[in-house]
Design a protein around this ligand. Structure first.
Ligand code: ADP
Ligand code: MG
Length: 707
């Protein structure tokens, strides 16, 4: 940190925050107890200030202060802000770490990170010996990883030797939440003290709309309506910034384009109510945006200009934008949910909960009275919106976290101390999948392969395919594919139809380079072509590819390669020979991880999945296999998109014989039997018993015909 005594320009600003008056008492409270729950309205200064207070009070003598965030953008922008306030270079005293992006150094004392990163650190260092304080932030969001961290930390303290190992003072744990469920959190940590920061909030008047009603739950008309309402606010309300809540990047970009177009036509002499308003500054805000653009969000607009931020839910609690007086609420959110219809996790647009709607509205009342314009009707609120948001742990796949828990020695994942228990069937499903990927054995114990798999921050299926490739010495094929599937969409999809045609043509050409029948190979080819190009950014522009996404993919590929190399040097790494056709190698490796995502064509363009759900699916128009269905029989796919139909995306054809021996695994284990595996060890005899029974059951399941 710079040693200058110059006052930070931000210093006065931070003294205005509600938390400032409680500084001494807060520091005291952290000193006095192992666990502390801190609550306060969003924007009171918890995330940016408390770590600084603790740093100043000398808590870093024994280790770092780590602060977790459920969202990567929040971790990055908050770290930037705090580095600025502490007048140091980001990555030195203050740094951040998110998946595939580590901006810390050995000097880093205040470290913001995603909850997923801390979970990985626990794997390597179960006592978190590098930290003096761990702050779990945004706990009210109830993200899957934060929930798991809560349980792990509680468990760590149930064994005091572990919590104090190698330290002079035991680890301090602070749990921060925006007012919700503080009693529950305190009870969870042996009735620890709760520190409430009294908020200052102003009344927010909420108005319901007349357009989006219960029958619109599945329509996408909300973008247009949101734009219309935002423009109405701009022209008919007094000065003050607008915050619009939408669902995701593409909707936000579309809304910004529309807003921009319409705002151009405003005649400020006649059309606006408040004559001091002379223009509109439209700013998008979503997770995968470049950080320099994100920074703009926080800057006050020029005089006379009204700022309108169009954001995802990230602006609901993780980030606070000053100056917001009006909220436009779409009533929807994009959420990862387990879809029982297809048996997979999918990102879907769903109505927000009532508590979420109140939180959104509250963002307008931080500094003065505000207004919230909901585009949905009162009836929509009553009939379509649940009271509370279901915690992620109760609605998504637990495969990756169950593997992490098992690697941490938590064998009984059903009786783990969950703040809210996931449904048992989700745990069973996760165990089943891990068993299918050979990550655990029939007794529920982690295999050697499972220990390798846990090291990769990827979906277990993708990791499995990558490890297969590595054992066949063809990781060069899979590393780029895994990287490309880990970054945001790389294909540009322009809004204008004529541009769209142009982009489609280029994308088709890219696919044709690899024979036009394998979306995974297209990803590999795009990666390689761009990488070997003299002017990669120009290459991207010409081919309608997001250069930023590809740059991330290059970096992700390097990091995955490093993990792989480290494991190959350190551990017993399986080596196999391959006696098939080399040109099939990529697809053969993919089958090892994607046999859970196999579909077989039934009639016409309809495919049927083979995972026991037997869902009817279609190939998505973005796939190079779209319209080629007649030539296909068996395919694997990366993910699904559910609209009125279920679409499979990133697809490639396979031969039945490649998955023939794997498919029975999908039906081999009876989930109820696996539950006893989780609870207590079963004897070999019992295992043989159900294997025989299952073998008998699956006879008619898999036909031996080659299709
Ligand atoms: P809480 O965690 O209690 O919700 P924060 O610490 O996130 O509160 O926010 C405190 C203040 O810091 C807010 O007024 C917010 O606008 C400001 N702030 C946070 N991050 C930034 C940033 N990157 N740039 C400018 N201001 C910021
Ligand atoms: Mg916060």
């Amino acid at each position: 940190m710079s040693k200058s005594t110059k006052r930070s320009p931000k210093e006065n600003e931070s003294k205005q925050l509600p938390i400032y008056q409680h500084k001494t008492k807060l520091i005291q409270a952290v000193r006095e107890s192992s666990f502390l729950v801190v609550t306060g309205e969003t924007g009171s200064g918890k995330t940016t200030q408390l770590p600084q207070y603790l740093h100043e009070a000398g808590f870093c003598k024994d280790g770092k202060i780590g602060i977790t965030q459920p969202r990567r953008v929040a971790a990055i922008t908050v770290a930037q802000r705090v580095a600025q306030e502490m007048q140091c270079t980001l990555g030195r005293d203050v740094g951040y770490q998110v998946r595939f992006d580590d901006c810390t150094s050995s000097d880093t004392m205040v470290k913001y990170m995603t909850d997923g990163c801390l979970l990985r650190e626990i794997l390597a260092d179960p006592g978190l010996s590098q930290y003096s304080v761990v702050i779990l932030d945004e706990v009210h969001e109830r993200s899957l990883n934060t929930d798991i961290l809560l349980g792990l930390i509680k468990k760590m303290f149930s064994n005091p030797a572990k919590a104090t190992k190698g330290r002079s003072i035991p680890l301090k744990v602070v749990v921060m939440s925006a007012t919700l469920e503080t009693d529950k959190l305190s009870a969870f940590f042996s009735n620890c003290p709760v520190f409430s920061i009294p908020g200052r909030t102003f009344p927010v008047t909420c108005m319901f709309g007349s357009v989006v009603g219960p029958k619109d739950v599945e329509s996408t008309g909300y973008v247009k309506e949101v734009v219309k309402v935002a423009l109405d606010v701009h022209t008919s309300e007094m000065a003050g910034d607008i915050l619009v809540f939408l669902t995701g990047q593409s909707e936000i970009e579309r809304a910004c384009d529309l807003l921009y177009e319409k705002a151009e036509c405003i005649d400020y002499r006649y059309d606006v109510q408040d004559q001091t308003v002379e223009g509109l500054l439209i700013l998008p805000l979503y997770g995968s945006m470049p950080t320099d653009q994100q920074r703009q969000i926080f800057q006050p607009p020029p005089p006379g200009i009204r700022k309108c931020v169009v954001a995802t839910n990230i602006a609901a609690t993780s980030l606070t934008i000053n100056g917001i007086k009006y909220i436009v609420d779409s009533g929807f959110v994009k959420q990862l949910n387990h879809n029982s219809r297809v048996g997979m996790d999918i990102l879907e647009v769903v109505p927000i909960s009532k508590s979420e709607a109140l939180q959104r509205a509250g963002r307008a009342g931080r500094t003065s009275a505000g207004k919230c314009f909901r585009i949905y009707t009162k009836e929509f609120w009553e009939k379509c919106m649940p009271e509370y948001t279901v915690p992620e742990i109760q609605r998504t796949s637990l495969t990756a976290v169950v593997l992490t828990l098992k690697c941490l020695g938590v064998h009984d994942v059903i009786r783990f101390p969950y703040l809210d228990c996931p449904e048992e069937r989700f745990i069973l499903e996760a165990l089943k999948q891990l068993y299918q990927f050979d990550a655990i054995d029939r007794r529920g114990k982690v295999t050697q392969l499972g220990e390798l798999m846990v090291e990769f921050p990827l979906h277990p299926g993708l990791t499995r395919a990558l490890l297969k490739a590595a054992s066949l010495d063809c990781q060069e094929l899979l590393l780029p594919v895994a990287a490309m599937l880990s970054v945001e969409n790389i294909f540009i999809r322009p809004g204008k139809p004529e541009k769209q045609k142009e982009a489609d043509k280029k994308h088709k050409k890219l696919a044709a380079k690899t024979g036009g029948m394998n979306d995974f190979a297209t990803l590999l080819s795009v990666f390689q072509s761009c990488k070997s190009s003299d002017r990669p950014s120009a290459w991207c522009k010409e081919n309608w590819i997001h250069w930023r996404a590809l740059k991330s993919a290059f970096s992700v590929e390097t990091q995955l390669r490093e993990i792989l190399l480290r494991l190959q040097q350190k551990r017993d790494f399986p080596v196999e020979a391959f006696d098939g056709n080399r040109s099939e190698l990529l697809r053969r490796c993919l089958c090892t991880g994607y046999f859970t995502n196999v579909a077989r064509r039934s009639v016409g363009k309809v495919f049927c999945t083979m995972d026991g759900h037997g869902s009817m699916v279609h190939i998505h128009p973005s796939s190079s296999l779209f319209d080629q269905e007649a030539e296909l029989n068996w395919v694997i796919f990366h993910d699904v998109l559910v609209t009125s139909r279920v679409y499979i995306r990133t697809v490639c054809p396979i031969r039945y014989e490649w998955v023939k021996d794997l498919l029975p695994k999908l039906h081999e284990v009876d989930v109820y039997e696996l539950s006893s595996v989780a609870r207590e060890e079963v004897t070999d005899k019992e295992i043989i018993k159900w294997e025989t029974r299952e073998a008998a059951k699956r006879q008619p399941e898999v036909s031996t015909e080659e299709v």
